[in-house]
Design a protein around this ligand. Sequence first.
Ligand code: AMP
Length: 150
Amino acid sequence: MSTIQDKQLTEILIEDLMISSEKVAHVQLNNPLEHALLVLVKSGYSAVPVLDASYKLAGTIGKTLILNEILGLERFEIEKLSEMQVHEVMNTDIPSISKQDTFMQGLKAVINYPFVCVSDDEGYFDGIITRRAILKQLKRDYYTSKNNQS
Ligand code: AMP
């Protein structure tokens, strides 16, 4: 079986580079905002996927979205953190990609996002592909092709 190091960029699929679902921090639709903020602050991530009870992808939620939501006219309305749930605030207008999509489709997807969720045909969450993973692979390919030319 060929490893990713042996592959040309054109042969690489999203599944070769993605972070699989069990390693991805996520929150659920009915979690209070307080829980989501805790996950975000403790993990250090700016946003994480939101899943429904059957582990289907529902959206993403980030620190900025939460802080904007609880920002009142003169103060942060901290009480909203326990009153509101993730589904009321999350971003549902998000792109997703499939495990079988190509490296180039991944590159296009992460131009506007630091990470893009990977899901299957039925919407079940498979993981995420990060801009970092795509750029690392691009850099590796650039230097490999350069060394092969000299
Ligand atoms: P990075 O490429 O590690 O800088 O990650 C970019 C963004 O992808 C982070 O800010 C998070 O929003 C998301 N991310 C990366 N890794 C994970 C993970 N293991 N769990 C949840 N979100 C992640």
